[in-house]
Design a protein around this ligand. Structure first.
Ligand SMILES: C[S@@+](CC[C@H](N)C(=O)[O-])C[C@H]1O[C@@H](n2cnc3c(N)ncnc32)[C@H](O)[C@@H]1O
Length: 219
């Protein structure tokens, strides 16, 4: 890990205005269901995570932990900046996973253990470039041989609809990039970065980008 990137302490998400209610776990999850997040989670899990019993999963920026419902049998660790989200995750999922409060910039790969899959779902666009690079460093440091980091974020593309551009611009995350810029950041740490763009995963107009990051030849 690059020590100079550690202890990053800036916030790139807005919690002001009407979006502040999304900090309440039940409101957040209700909103996610209304806009169609279950389909996004299904795509992430089926295409990229491919869960099996005992798969070691680290979910960074896990929110209230709802992805765990889609990951039967895995050994799950979730970390998030928000104590309210982590409290909710512990109440809902109990001992099905380990949950702790933590900021990406403070994570230390040596203290986290080893994982087969690291997930950062809807996180990169909430953090700035230094913290994103720290996230890639940490993920690279904890992944077992053949392991992958999977990220999913809002993105700006030239071919997105005007409606999608408007909705994406209202996101709480303040670091929304183009797929090429996300890829360039990840490529500073990972030798192989696969990119997939989707315009139709939610019920509302929205553009998503998946990154699947690993070492060359890893599945
Ligand atoms: C859009 S939510 C996504 C939550 C969850 N991954 C999901 O997809 O439902 C972004 C999450 O990132 C967390 N977050 C934002 N900045 C963070 C940081 N610097 N370190 C750790 N978590 C952070 C927020 O608290 C929030 O739970």
């Amino acid at each position: 890990m690059n020590a100079s990137r550690a202890k990053v302490d800036r916030v790139a998400q807005t919690t002001r205005g009407v979006r502040s209610v999304l900090s309440i776990p039940l409101v957040y999850e209700t909103f996610q269901r209304i806009v169609g997040s279950p389909r996004v989670r299904r795509e992430l899990v089926d295409t990229y995570v491919r869960p099996r019993a005992g798969l070691r999963v680290l979910d960074i920026g896990c929110g209230p932990g709802n992805l765990l419902s889609y990951l039967p049998g895995v050994a799950y660790t979730g970390v998030d900046l928000s104590p309210a989200y982590i409290d909710s995750a512990r109440r809902q999922f109990g001992d099905r996973g380990r949950f702790f409060v933590g900021r990406v910039g403070d994570l230390d790969a040596d203290e986290l253990g080893e994982f087969d899959v690291v997930i950062a779902k809807s996180l990169l666009h909430h953090i700035d470039e230094d913290e994103a690079l720290h996230l890639f460093d940490v993920a690279s440091g904890v992944l077992a041989e053949g392991g992958r980091l999977v990220t999913l974020d809002a993105a700006y593309t030239p071919d997105m609809s005007r409606a999608a551009r408007f909705v994406v611009s209202r996101d709480r995350g303040q670091s929304i990039l183009t797929p090429e810029k996300y890829e360039a950041l990840a490529s500073r740490v990972f030798a192989e970065v696969r990119v997939a763009v989707h315009h139709d995963l939610l019920r509302i107009p929205y553009t998503h980008v998946f990154l699947s990051c690993g070492r060359p030849g890893d599945s």
